[in-house]
Design a binder for this molecule. Sequence first.
Ligand code: SOE
Length: 400
Amino acid sequence: MTLRVAMIGYGFMGAAHSVGWRQAPRMFALPDDVEMAVVVGRNAEAVAEAAAKWGWQESATDWREVVARDDIDIVDIVTPGDSHAEIAIAALEAGKHVLCEKPLANTVAEAEAMADAASRAASRGVRSMVGFTYRRVPAVTFLRDLIAQGAVGRIAQVRAAYRQDWLVDPEMPLAWRLQKEHAGSGALGDIGAHIIDMTQFVTGLSVDAVSGVVDTIVTQRPLQGSGENRSLSLSKGGTAAEGYGEVTVDDIAIFTGRLESGALVSFEASRFATGRKNDLSIEVSGDKGALRFDLEDLNSLWFYDRTAPEATQGFTRILVTEAQHPYVSAWWPAGHMLGYEHGFSHQVVDLVTAIAEGTDPHPSFEEGLSVQRVLAAVEDSSARDAAWVRVAAGISSPTR
Ligand code: SOE
């Protein structure tokens, strides 16, 4: 069988997803063939260039028309969060399998509607998945497997951070990621969503309560600049200077999470971590040991084994490039490193395999909804002087 894909959007994530759709069928023995049928964007000329550059057979400007086509099997949504719900629900109701970029939506209400549509679609054999690709870095999948095997024992504490610094320059233009109506939130939802999902994924435990703060460092930014400005709303009667617009999302989110087991998590999501370019790290500490991963060294996993002879205890570097490690055998021999882009191929492999096997892939829209609930609880907590806020009852412990 051949699965024909339509990708809605073509920015940075559109490029990364395109690499995944092109590489996965060439490097993995997929159960079904994949065709990059059409990429959709509002600017006809720009999206035609993207189609030619990334290897899509066609380009189009009307996502509704494409989602309705009988020759499309999968809809891959890589647009800003303000269109995820409308596109995903329409695609699911049209019987298309859906891959939706993270965070799932801009609000809990939208995420609930998407999860409901996904559940109904699943009963008709239509599959859906959220694009938390860092789960599919081999070292992260392996971290999860080691925890499940008891390598660190009972988890007492997790430290999870995602630090970038692309907004430290106050003259960085006002992009869509900095406006609530387009992005939903700032560092919290854009990069904080990754560490919330990763924490729940590797521990198998849900975040049940949070206490934290969000803050905006630079409140106005120049309106000129990248095409990502979209239809930016000039400050409506706000106090922004001429030629500047209001930043309406957070730059930094720092919060504590309480997992359902009682373990504590310290979360940090910042776009003002000067010098940190794309530094996602997680460290899980238990009574038998600890595991640490850092995206800026993504082929390594560090393991401290408290059950080893005391004289030899220490953080050991595991080079996660052996054939028995997740996903690696399809690529290169041991010691030949993978990169940021490989997770997007692994995402395609798992989605296509689930479709072929008739199973629901992970992370599901329900798991995406659980992250959305944590995001909302953090914003609620911040508005209440960092009071503890219980995350609305969501899914049970996320599996896989
Ligand atoms: C933010 O700049 C960003 O592009 C996120 O949106 C992605 O999810 C992350 O993988 C890289 O950084």
